[in-house]
Design a protein around this ligand. Structure first.
Ligand code: S3P
Length: 429
């Protein structure tokens, strides 16, 4: 499918952002493992989260919806999942796969997970390694590093895991397996990654503590179903924020955006680049902070993005590279080698596609150098099946000199159904 983007003068208006992808996945998973009913509002109706719903249904969990963002999960308790009859299909979703592996590691039955071509190419040893150490048995391609992957779980022992990467998926997989290990399981990260699993586990009643970069969880907690309202996804909001920030005269208010401090790096960077940013109506819902965010556009300046900031904006780097292309001066992004193992190799795909707009951009082994400020020429872009590449290039197209075409745009609903309608609603031509 092709998405056609015409240049716009500016963006103006007010919009609510679809639910957070990370939190939606976790609501289904923990809702299933709890006892009682979990009711979810503003659940992300994106394909990734629907894949999680389908996997849990296949393990005997009764789930109603999602209808208009409402989802009801009838929890079966830690021991209530059933052996799936068929292969579990995680689609394009790394979060579904890696978190599910943690849960499957605790099950006495046998299961197999697979996914689409992108997911089958992504590394899984980062989770099968520690989970095997806990006692689960894996059989997968490339020495248990690639899907399809068979899992035989049960009888786990707790570990203290030092993760070599700051990855919420790795941390969460070990913690979810830790639900099934007697005693204390802990995970230490080099820098803290998003903490939605920790916040939600606590809300469900788990015994969990955090000290600096280490999370410790006690096994076999009594998890109880609850009511969850999912905040808007800051990673989806980021596309509209960058578009508004880069187009002078724009003024956009995004309502109900999640501003968890482990996810809000994009706000810090856009502010540093000179965007007008106001945060108001701050509130806490189910342990997650959210707010309304008003962005106004102007001339952006280059910046540097590196170090402990990286995990706080890892999914926003493609669109921040677009912001850098519009900005005056040279932006350097470093310490982001993780981008190579996302839905596409995002260092390579961002560079290749932005070059098509005439952007001066160079690949580094762990990042990008973008010499911004040149006018962008309209381009025909590829998505590489990567939703965030498709949307980032659409944002670049809004500020280009003619019609831009995004080929392979059918991947956008993986995380942001309604993206092109949102752009249309806000566009002033
Ligand atoms: C996610 C964690 C991040 C992020 C992904 C969602 C999560 O991945 O890029 O989009 O929900 O836990 P890593 O854990 O691989 O960094």
């Amino acid at each position: 499918m092709k998405l056609t983007i015409n240049p716009v003068k500016k963006l103006r208006g007010v919009l609510s952002i679809p639910g957070d992808k990370s939190i939606s996945h976790r609501a289904v998973m923990l809702g299933a493992l709890a006892r009682g009913i979990t009711e979810v509002d503003n659940f992300l109706m994106g394909e990734d989260c629907l894949a999680t719903v389908a996997c849990f249904k296949a393990m005997g969990v009764q789930i109603e919806g999602p209808v208009a963002g409402k989802l009801t999960v009838h929890g079966v308790g830690l021991r209530g999942l059933q052996e799936p009859e068929n292969v579990l299909d995680a689609g394009n979703s790394g979060t579904t796969t890696r978190l599910l592996m943690g849960i499957l590691a605790g099950q006495v039955f046998c299961s197999v997970i697979t996914g689409d071509a992108s997911l089958r190419g992504r590394p899984m040893a980062r989770v099968t390694g520690p989970l095997a150490e806990m006692g689960a048995v894996f059989l997968g391609r490339d020495q248990n590093n690639r899907l399809p992957m068979a899992v035989r779980g049960g009888d786990l022992k707790p570990i203290s895991f030092q993760s070599p990467v700051a990855s919420a998926q790795v941390k969460s997989a070990v913690l979810l397996a830790g639900l099934y290990a007697p005693g204390e399981t802990s995970v230490t990260e080099p820098t803290p990654s998003r903490d939605h699993t920790e916040r939600m586990l606590k809300a469900f009643g788990a015994d969990l503590r955090v000290a600096e970069n280490t999370v410790t969880l006690k096994g076999f907690p009594a998890l109880r179903g609850l009511q969850i309202t999912v905040p808007g996804d800051i990673s989806s909001a980021a596309f509209l924020m960058v578009a508004a920030a880069a187009l002078p005269g724009s003024e956009v208010t995004l309502q109900g955006v999640g501003i968890n401090p482990t996810r809000d790096g994009v706000l810090e960077v856009l502010r540093k680049m000179g965007a007008g940013l106001e945060i108001f109506n701050e509130r806490l819902q189910g342990g997650e902070p959210m707010a309304d965010v008003k962005i106004s556009g102007g001339k952006l300046q280059c910046t540097e993005i590196a170090g402990s900031l990286i995990p706080r904006l890892i999914d926003e780097i493609p669109v921040l590279a677009v912001a850098a292309a519009f900005a005056e001066g040279t932006t350097v992004i470093r310490d982001a080698a993780e981008l190579k193992v996302k839905e596409s190799n995002r260092i390579a795909t961002v560079a290749r596609e932005l070059q098509k707009f005439g952007v001066d951009i160079e690949e580094l082994p762990d990042g990008l150098v973008i010499r911004g400020g040149r006018p962008l020429t309209a381009a025909t872009c590829q998505s590489y099946g990567d939703h965030r590449i498709a949307m980032a290039m659409a944002v670049a197209g809004l500020g280009a000199d003619g019609q831009t075409v995004i080929e392979g745009a059918e991947c956008i609903p993986v995380s942001f159904p309604g993206f092109s309608d949102a752009l249309k609603k806000l566009s002033v031509e």
